[in-house]
Design a protein around this ligand. Structure first.
Ligand SMILES: *Cc1c(COP(=O)(O)O)cnc(C)c1O
Length: 389
């Protein structure tokens, strides 16, 4: 088996790959384009539903806000986790009911809170006293879940420090919320995006369960556990299959929290493998005669969708029409005039030695956190285009 075939087995979606490949092969692109297969989004939602059982699934809109994705998921009965007025309006305009949209950002504009409340949004996240005061003023009586900081668990794209309050502050904030007339219904956390194995959740769940028990002992009567996202997609290293992963996580949740209402906020796992980017090689060069690596410059880079290559955290898979040829190590970079627009240098990427300018490169599993991260046009390079099939 070639390396390529191995990858396809690991991705677990050979038919998907063929369908995306066919759409890409049949199209001439004038700029880097994310090609998205909505049927794969639907399959991923179904797999998560089977694994998560009676938990409610709130798709994290930021992972891919394409209106067609939101519309398809709304039709299937999926709920949504929105971070701003813009995302709320998008969900509502695509048919989501307001009581199915949670406002999960802990850092909200006061006018956005007021808008959400008027629109019928019922559940809001918070992690600070000042945010609770904003909520009490602009969304009186709303249900609030407090985001708790958890220790890093080895996720590929950790989200730990910026959001959440220390476990020791939770009881105080629950009390403040109650005194302000809000309804503090539960706790939330995020294990870190791209947590590759379900076993990596256990320590995090232990931490949250300890805080949960304290809150129950203090009489808060919490009823909602928001387990956030973190469900993985294939980015080069093996991951548990989605349904089995979700089943395992739910078993761990039930063992610690019993029969509480659970919500989950998957982003990446819902959309990543539904999309591939059609890109083009702009230049292949060597910096000196004895340079061991070639530099390969693509028409897509850090500013046009591949932001998660920051720190080389997320490793995308590249395919070309020359993959049967001999390969060699390449430093991969984007096209813009900014020296941080280098995708992989510490761990070079192996690409065919015959690769040259004008060749098409297909980048796999790019449906999450690409189009939404693309700048409006740094250096005059257009943002990542999106084509839905
Ligand atoms: C980004 C985000 C998610 C989605 O995380 P994934 O790792 O993509 O599943 C879920 N919840 C919150 C609050 C987020 O900020």
């Amino acid at each position: 088996m070639t390396a390529l075939a191995d990858d396809r087995v690991l991705r677990g979606h050979p038919s998907v790959t063929l369908k995306l490949d066919a759409a890409i092969a049949a199209t001439t692109f004038d700029r880097p384009t994310l090609v998205l297969d909505l049927d794969v989004v639907e399959q991923n939602f179904a797999a998560l539903q089977r694994g998560l059982g009676d938990a409610s699934i709130h798709y994290a809109v930021k992972a891919n806000p394409a209106p067609q994705v939101i519309e398809r998921l709304a039709t299937l009965g999926c709920h949504f986790d929105a971070a701003s007025r813009g995302e709320i309006e998008l969900c509502l305009s695509m048919g989501a009911r307001p009581e199915h949209v949670s406002f999960g950002n802990t850092i909200k504009r006061a006018t956005d809170i007021a808008f959400a409340y008027r629109a019928g949004i019922t559940h809001f996240a918070a992690d600070a006293e000042e945010e609770l005061h904003k909520l009490a003023e602009h969304a009186p009586g709303a249900s609030v879940y407090l985001r708790v900081i958890v220790e890093p668990n080895g996720a590929d794209w950790p989200l730990t420090r910026k959001f959440g309050c220390a476990p020791a502050r939770v009881l105080t904030l629950l009390g403040v919320a109650r005194d302000l007339g809000l309804d503090p219904v539960g706790l939330s956390f995020h294990v870190g995006s791209q947590t590759r194995h379900a076993t990596m959740w256990s320590h995090t769940l232990d931490q949250v369960a300890a805080v949960w028990a304290q809150a129950q002992d203090a009489g808060f009567g919490l009823s909602l556990l928001n387990i956030g996202g973190g469900f993985p997609a294939f980015h080069g290293d093996a991951v548990d299959p989605l349904e089995a992963y979700a089943t395992d996580v739910m078993a761990q949740v039930r063992a610690r929290f019993g029969d509480v209402a659970v919500m989950a906020e998957p982003g990446r796992a819902m959309v990543a493998d539904a999309g591939a980017i059609a890109a083009e090689v702009l230049l292949v060069s060597r910096k000196s005669d004895d340079d061991l690596h070639r530099w390969v410059y693509l028409d897509v880079g850090r500013f046009s969708g591949l932001a998660e290559t920051e720190g080389e955290a997320i490793r995308y898979q590249f395919e070309t029409a020359r993959d049967e040829d001999e390969t060699g190590p390449c430093i991969l970079a984007g096209p813009s005039c900014d020296s941080v627009d280098v995708l992989y240098e510490k761990r070079p990427v192996s690409l065919p030695v015959s690769l040259r300018a004008g060749d098409r490169v297909v980048i796999r599993n790019c449906g999450a956190y690409t189009s939404s991260y693309s700048s409006v046009g740094f250096n005059g390079f257009p943002p990542l285009d999106v084509m839905v099939i």
